[in-house]
Design a protein around this ligand. Structure first.
Ligand SMILES: NC(=O)c1ccc[n+]([C@@H]2O[C@H](COP(=O)([O-])OP(=O)(O)OC[C@H]3O[C@@H](n4cnc5c(N)ncnc54)[C@H](OP(=O)(O)O)[C@@H]3O)[C@@H](O)[C@H]2O)c1
Length: 290
């Protein structure tokens, strides 16, 4: 199959490497930076420098491809202004919607969204739980999904994976929380967080392609973890100073406590996770940072 991966950062590059090693598909990948073209040429048959918000460039990137995977994010793990979100997520999906009609061979669109689309929604978060964006960022993610879903047709499937927080090689938990060691934190850390390993994201994206998946699916592991357990267990396992929780004895629920993302639909697909629980919950030693 001919595939284009639009956005080759942490996930997109790992997916390209996976397919390149398999050698079963013809692969085009994109980067916004000409400086990365050489690096990406090692994992693809073709590299195109592209801002996906440019309809002309996007049409070229998708020309001839039967499937496209969009793994876009404004800039790694940094906090980004809403304008950056809009430019990356929404403008790219609008550019796609503008050109997709000229690409009749493009019969599947696969996209990495985020569980943050649920925003302030509470309780068990299933894929059909109404989204309640918390801020402009959330509205943009919601709107980008809607524009992408408008590209669906009888001959074109759209698969959206809503990811939990990402971790994996090069994005180890202890590195995220190192700066917090020994610090004082407000609240009791009761809110649950959901995580997903990079390799399970790669497997889910590949599964979507192989099965011609259509629909919206949460992509989180089996064991949501409270912010407090996450930080405390990670600091302990990594030999870091513990965090001091200000509301040490306060049993009061915090915003988000009790809400959890469901992965029931994911399991219904028969997709087995390689990392169903965070390493800190397994009692396994943490992977050394890379
Ligand atoms: N990180 C998390 O915890 C998390 C949580 C939930 C969902 N997600 C989603 O998971 C997906 C993968 O995340 P990631 O960590 O792999 O992201 P990442 O490492 O930041 O990579 C994103 C890539 O998007 C590309 N990009 C940015 N703006 C673009 C544009 N206008 N046109 C074309 N390409 C553009 C960048 O390409 P260049 O490098 O070439 O500039 C970058 O490499 C994203 O969709 C993200 O929203 C992530």
């Amino acid at each position: 199959m001919r595939i284009t991966i639009v956005g080759c950062g942490y996930v997109g590059t790992a997916l390209a490497r996976h397919w390149h090693q398999q050698g079963r598909h013809w692969l085009r990948v994109t980067t916004t930076s000409a400086d990365r073209a050489e690096e990406l040429a090692a994992v693809a048959d073709s590299v195109q420098v592209l801002d996906a918000a440019d309809p002309t460039g996007l049409r070229q990137a998708l020309q001839g491809s039967e499937a496209a995977v969009f793994c876009l994010a404004p800039s790694g793990e940094r906090q980004v202004e809403a304008d950056g979100y809009e430019a990356t997520f929404l403008r790219s999906m609008q550019a796609l919607a503008a050109v997709v009609g000229e690409l009749p061979q493009l019969n599947q669109l696969i996209y990495t969204s985020s569980c943050s689309v649920y925003g302030n929604a509470g309780g068990l978060l299933e894929e059909d739980t109404p989204m309640q964006p918390r801020d402009r960022h959330g509205e943009i993610l919601r709107d980008a999904e809607a524009v992408l879903l408008s590209c669906r047709s009888p001959s074109r499937r759209v698969a959206i994976w809503r990811l939990g927080a990402l971790y994996g090689p090069g994005r180890e938990l202890q590195e995220r929380f190192r700066a917090l060691a020994g610090s004082q934190r407000q609240g009791n850390g009761a809110a649950l967080t959901s995580w997903i390993h990079r390799d399970d994201v790669v497997a889910a994206l590949a599964f979507a392609l192989e099965t011609g998946l259509d629909g919206v699916f949460n992509l989180v592991d089996d064991a949501p973890i409270s912010v407090r357990d996450l930080i405390d267990l990670t600091c302990r396992a990594a030999g870091l100073k513990p965090v001091i929780w200000e509301a040490e004895a306060a049993p009061a629920a915090e915003a988000g406590a009790g809400r959890r993302v469901s992965n029931r639909r994911l399991h219904g697909l028969g997709l087995r996770l390689q990392h169903p629980r965070l390493p800190v919950l397994e009692g396994r030693p943490l992977a050394p940072p890379r």
